[in-house]
Write a protein that binds this ligand. Structure first.
Ligand SMILES: Nc1ccn([C@@H]2O[C@H](COP(=O)(O)OP(=O)(O)OP(=O)(O)O)[C@@H](O)[C@H]2O)c(=O)n1
Ligand SMILES: C[C@](O)(CO)[C@H](O)COP(=O)(O)O
Length: 248
């Protein structure tokens, strides 16, 4: 008698949203009262909803994403309210000292199988358009390495010289041909991402995105054209700009 073949479970798509930063460059909307933690930027409202909720909702809009795991810092008092009522979402208090540490901690705890795909998306990018997310997933599912959303550089690029009194000064113009600005989501197999982040940590490489860690393994991630709407809210003035761009 031949036994039936075991069901082939196809790899899942699991999203990780690092949300354990303090948003120092964004400066708090209002100074925190004595003894209170300042509200990190990902919990500030953009067009009436917390930025984190918008970033998570943008991922949930693609039904291929199985679930979203939000990585927050220890004792985070804001996340539960920010995510209330959203389906397929959980959070974990596993923030690390750097973004890469936060992602590595979340990856180790998210229950992904080696073959599952991990999409890492910043909580500080609430404007991710669904077609951009869809294009990333379509491209990566057909690729052996994975990839990231990125924008070809449009401006002329200057490098500054050594710090001196007065304004910073141009040391040289950098050719922009072939340069892209990395955005998120970034999508890799769980096994590849775990190996890449461990490799970067052991080597002391200060990687600021997942692709950087994967590149350090000698792999070449795909570049999938992103969108200006998907910019990272970083500076105080970025909140007003994002408010103007989001309409739902
Ligand atoms: N130790 C850290 C640092 C950052 N992040 C997250 O990584 C994303 C992108 O980082 P960035 O915009 O640089 O956020 P912050 O580190 O909070 O900003 P800043 O550098 O201005 O403090 C954000 O969703 C942020 O919450 C994180 O999870 N853990
Ligand atoms: C991952 C990222 O958003 C891609 O642009 C970026 O690298 C995060 O860097 P940050 O210095 O932590 O903002």
């Amino acid at each position: 008698m031949t036994l039936p073949a075991p069901p082939v479970s196809s790899p899942r798509l699991i999203a990780i949203v690092p949300a354990a930063g303090i948003g120092a460059r964004a400066a708090p909307a209002e100074p925190a009262a004595a003894g209170e933690r300042p509200l990190p930027k990902q919990y500030r409202n953009v067009a009436g909803r917390p930025m984190l909720r918008r970033a998570v909702s943008a991922l949930l809009a693609d039904p291929r994403i199985d679930r979203v795991l939000v990585a927050v810092s220890a004792g985070d008092p804001w996340v539960e309210a920010a995510l209330a009522g959203l389906p397929r979402v959980a959070w974990l208090e596993c923030g690390g000292a750097t973004r890469a540490d936060t992602v590595a901690n979340a990856l180790a705890r998210c229950g992904a199988a080696a073959e599952d795909w991990i999409l890492v998306h910043d909580a500080a990018r609430p404007g991710l358009p669904l077609p951009v997310l869809g294009a990333l997933i379509d491209t990566c599912l057909r690729d052996e390495v994975g990839g990231l959303v990125a924008l070809p550089v449009a401006d002329t690029i200057k490098a500054d010289g050594p710090a001196e009194p007065g304004p910073p000064r141009v040391a040289r113009t950098v050719p922009r041909d072939g340069l892209w600005q990395a955005q998120t989501p970034q999508m890799f197999r769980a096994s590849v991402l775990a190996r890449a982040l461990a490799h970067a940590r052991v080597r002391g490489l200060a990687v600021t995105d997942e692709a950087g860690a994967v590149e350090a393994l000698g792999l070449a991630p795909c570049l999938v054209p992103g969108s200006l709407l998907n910019f990272k809210v970083t500076w105080p003035q970025d909140f007003d700009l994002m408010e103007k761009l989001i309409h739902d």
